[in-house]
Write a protein that binds this ligand. Structure first.
Ligand code: ADP
Ligand code: MG
Length: 621
């Protein structure tokens, strides 16, 4: 083929792919434009995950009628005038690419009126071709309607995910801007159903309640710190004096997430994805979170505009700092300080308390619901307080759950799985018959067997027992569930709501019956049998983070993960005093397991000390 210069329309369509990858990218660009235009009220509507329609309505300053067409030309912007401005970007947009790119790959209608003008303008563009421009009235502001995105770019369209998944991405985007711009009122409506509404009252905490739910928001500590900018006067911006300011909220240990997606970072009001910055937040939680758990945090970093380059990525999601190390440590210190200032000193588990008080009765009192400082933090500098108390028990999961806090004492102490006829008989496990001797530290069962002494971790073994039982039921498609007397409302992070709604069928297969309730709230009607009431909300949130990490082909693996989570939640905890028959039932069930020596997560369920080893220890050999 001869070499030819491509037509403008084709060039635009190719270039558009860089800026608008999917519906959420369109939402991002249009919301940024509304914010740059000084809007206080922004409404986002979508149909079919944004594939069919995206409409953003704002009350900003609007576009002058003689400029409306120019706004849709490539590299047309009102936000940069000359090359020096690139050093001092204070707006979210500056490339003049978004409207042109969007209009190249969709049917766009722009209805806008500039605040100084009497009459507004309606402009229609169909995949790069202007169809119509006419005067039309409306209040000051702009409404951008984008229909049939990628309708003429089938290759792109094919790569979009399901409507629910795309909707989740959009909600993820909207919730970030709603958090960063708490003084702006955001409304998001999908397929006629409202998913988010913020008040625009200026308080980030109010928005946190909307996007994470009150139960998470109330466990978040305010972050306010920074570095540099010496001699800051009260109320003065750190960044104005060359400093780095770090603000936001960080969830206390115990309120966490199964992946990194709820670490939300902003630089000068711009949501960014930066592995290094989110690592700074993770670092701030050093020793405070369990392995595999990640913080929930919203961290806004303000730096002088000339200290950061936002022009490294077409979607402006990446940034470069002049002093990356300085910013990293400012973030880490500010978040760490917030956590330490708001964490309660840890309480020893109740079992030990009661033993110390001399009223050890065998039943376990509930722990307080105080935000849990589960592990004594290791201070890094002399300036940080250190908690003296160290957990006396190694190996137990989280102290917050020790003592199985909210269980009523009239409940049977443990519900061990009954053998169901539906479950096929299991092969003998190779675990010898064990004679139970007693319990150690309310966490380990001491038993004797042909090979000596066995110390059995009660939590890990119960997990194993439950897991094999649930797995067998699941393979037969017969996970038994139990209806709740009162359906339980559970809040999940807003951007996960669509995903959870889409995957409700998977959850049904593992014993959950859940209905969408509204916003980010779901109603749990039934749960796998034997699951404790007080674990449901936490278990569901963990399941959501599992779902976030997987896609359709991994269904079986994810369902197994969900089952493992459920088991972990349901299992008797360390710190629980067991009766002799309870210990016996547990060990018998463990003996019947396929893999009795490890828990479903692969950790050992037991430690064995052979007679020969004992003899060595006692110097007999
Ligand atoms: P950029 O935001 O990088 O300048 P865009 O293509 O997103 O580029 O927008 C082009 C121009 O159109 C903006 O510079 C702004 O002047 C105008 N504009 C776009 N959206 C709006 C809006 N919602 N309200 C007012 N002006 C707008
Ligand atoms: Mg823009």
């Amino acid at each position: 083929m001869p070499i030819r210069v491509l037509s403008d329309v084709l060039v635009a369509r190719i270039a558009a792919g860089e800026v608008v990858e999917r519906p959420s990218a369109v939402v991002k660009e249009l919301v940024e434009n509304a914010l740059d235009a000084g809007a206080h009220d922004i409404r986002i509507e979508t149909v079919d995950g944004g594939k069919r329609l995206i409409r953003i309505t704002d009350d900003g300053e609007g576009i002058r009628s003689e400029e409306v067409v120019r706004a849709f030309v490539h590299h047309a912007t009102s936000k940069l005038q000359d090359i020096d401005d690139l050093q001092q970007i204070r707006t979210l947009g500056f490339r003049g690419e978004a409207l042109a790119s969007i209009a190249a790959v969709a049917q766009v209608a722009c209805l806008t009126r500039h605040i100084d003008e009497k009459m507004g303008t309606l402009l229609r563009i169909d995949n790069g071709q202007i169809l119509l421009q006419e005067p039309q009235g409306r209040p000051a502001g702009a409404t951008m309607t984008v229909e049939h995105l990628f309708g003429r770019v089938p290759a792109r369209l094919k790569f979009l995910k399901t409507n629910q998944t795309e909707r989740g991405y959009i909600d993820g985007m909207v919730m970030r801007y709603a958090l960063a711009y708490a003084h702006v009122r955001f409304t998001a409506v999908h397929d006629g159903r409202m998913s988010l509404q913020t008040m625009g009252g200026g308080e980030m905490r109010d928005v946190l309640v909307e996007v994470f739910g009150a139960s998470v928001a109330e466990k978040m500590a305010p972050v306010d710190g920074g570095a540099g900018g010496a001699g800051i006067a009260d109320g003065e911006e750190w960044s104005a004096r060359g400093g780095t300011r770090v603000r936001g909220y960080a969830a206390l240990p115990g309120t966490d997430h199964g992946n990194r997606s709820k670490i939300m970072m902003f630089v000068n009001g711009r949501p960014v994805q930066d592995t290094r910055l989110s690592f700074a937040v993770v670092q701030a939680y050093h020793t405070l979170l369990m392995v595999g758990r990640y913080p929930i945090a919203v961290v806004m970093i303000d730096v002088p505009p000339d200290q950061v380059d936002v022009n490294v990525h077409p979607a402006k999601a990446e940034v470069r700092f002049r002093d990356a190390d300085g910013v990293f440590s400012a973030v880490q210190r500010a978040v760490r300080a917030a956590l330490l200032a708001h964490m309660q000193p840890p309480e020893p588990p109740s079992v030990f308390r009661r033993a110390a008080e001399g009223e050890f009765a065998g039943s376990v009192t509930p722990l307080t619901d105080a935000p849990v400082a589960a592990f004594a933090p290791v201070g890094e500098g002399g300036d940080l307080p250190q908690h003296a108390w160290q957990p006396p028990l190694a190996g137990s999961e989280t102290w917050e759950r020790i003592g199985i806090s909210r269980l009523g004492s009239d409940r049977p102490a443990i519900t061990l799985p009954q053998r169901s006829d539906a479950v096929p008989a299991r092969a003998a496990s190779g675990l010898p018959a064990l004679r139970i001797i007693g319990q150690l530290a309310a966490s380990y069962i001491i038993a004797e067997g042909p090979e000596g002494l066995y110390l059995i971790d009660q939590h890990a073994s119960h997990e194993r027992v439950m897991y094999e039982k649930l797995l067998a039921q699941h393979e037969l498609g017969a996970v038994q569930s139990q209806a709740l007397l009162d359906p339980l409302p559970v809040e999940v992070p807003l951007d996960a709501a669509a995903l959870l709604e889409e995957r409700m069928g998977w959850l049904r297969d593992v014993g959950f019956d859940i209905d969408f309730f509204g916003g980010n709230t779901f109603l749990v009607r039934a749960v796998p049998q034997m699951m404790q009431q007080d674990d449901i909300a936490a278990a569901l949130r963990e399941i959501v983070s599992e779902l976030e990490m997987g896609s359709e082909p991994l269904r079986a693996e994810i369902e197994r993960k969900i089952l493992r989570r459920v088991c972990k939640r349901m299992s008797i905890k360390a710190g629980r005093v067991l009766s002799f028959p309870e210990m016996q039932a547990l060990v018998r069930d463990l003996e019947a397991c396929d893999s009795p020596r490890t828990c479903p997560h692969g950790r050992p369920t037991m430690v064995q000390i052979g007679v020969a080893q004992l003899e060595r220890e006692f110097g007999r050999t």
